[in-house]
Design a protein around this ligand. Structure first.
Ligand SMILES: NC(=O)c1ccc[n+]([C@@H]2O[C@H](COP(=O)([O-])OP(=O)(O)OC[C@H]3O[C@@H](n4cnc5c(N)ncnc54)[C@H](O)[C@@H]3O)[C@@H](O)[C@H]2O)c1
Length: 252
């Protein structure tokens, strides 16, 4: 079950962290995975991990800064031209620059929205027509539990993830009849470059662990497994859904 042989996937923000883990999980299931990140991000570590689980050709990474609409158009065109298809898009690239409501400035707001919401939307818009023509496609966002609950100190981030969850619902309805599903995975805290600094602060870590009924952080592999499931044929009837990988945080 959950095999992805013959499928091509593109994962944004896959130089590190959750994107890297998702790329590896999809490759393990048999997908050809195109790594993507901002121009200049080192891709060697992710390429090495993919090489260890891939038998066929390893695609060259495609550089896309998802804040840049021209790079989105160019990157999507390059992936389609080189590989003829992108069946699975994982919109993982994201930032979180915490700032309490009274301190958020316009640059912080724009950065979050361009990266976390606008980029994934327009990349999906570029790639969906080929999926529609093939009558099969998967668009998977990495949203967050922060799209479902409020976390003090990061109002803008939380609102971007709420926006993603609404895009998932709406695009999933629009594209379902063409054989596409649109879903998201909503992780709780995972220790990555995005969160390490905050999670190393004992008070913040205690707050986080106190909110997760399982009493532990999520691991990259937990999130990657959920994404691989959503990418599979077996998940064909899971659409417009946000799958929490949160150990129960959002239940109470
Ligand atoms: N780590 C967590 O606890 C957690 C929890 C919930 C959701 N998420 C979400 O998971 C996703 C990945 O987070 P992570 O923890 O792996 O973070 P990370 O910082 O480790 O990795 C993010 C990746 O995205 C890339 N990226 C950033 N801006 C980009 C841009 N403009 N264009 C292209 N790529 C860009 C970075 O270069 C990096 O490789 C994000 O969307 C984040 O919001 C993370």
């Amino acid at each position: 079950m959950f095999r992805l042989d013959g499928k091509t996937a593109l994962v944004t923000g896959s130089a590190t962290g959750l994107g890297q883990g998702i790329a590896v999980a999809l490759a393990r299931q048999g997908a050809r995975v195109i790594l993507s990140d901002r121009p200049g991000e080192p891709m060697e570590e992710s390429l090495g991990q993919l090489r260890a689980v891939t038998t066929g050709d390893l695609p060259e990474p495609v550089a896309i800064d998802v804040r840049d609409l021209a790079q989105i158009r160019q990157g999507a065109a390059t992936a389609l031209a080189r590989w003829g298809r992108v069946d699975i898009l994982v919109n993982n690239a994201g930032i979180n620059r915490p700032a309490p409501g009274l301190e958020v400035d316009a640059a912080n707001w724009e950065d979050h929205y361009q990266t976390n919401v606008r980029g994934g939307f327009f990349l999906a818009q570029q790639l969906a027509p080929a999926m529609i023509a093939a009558h099969w496609g998967r668009v998977i966002w990495v949203s967050s539990q922060s799209g479902l609950i409020g976390i003090p100190g990061q109002p803008v981030y939380c609102s971007t993830k709420g926006a993603v969850i609404q895009l998932v619902r709406t695009l999933g309805v629009e594209w379902a009849r063409h054989g596409l599903t649109v879903n998201s995975v909503a992780p709780t805290f995972v220790e990555t470059n995005l969160t390490r600094h905050r999670l190393q602060q004992p008070e913040f870590r205690a707050f986080v662990l106190g909110k997760i009924p399982c009493g532990r952080l999520a691991e990259v592999e937990h999130v990657a497994a959920a994404a691989a499931f959503l990418a599979s044929d077996e998940a064909a009837m899971v659409n417009c859904h946000t799958l929490c990988v949160d150990g129960g945080w959002t239940a109470w």
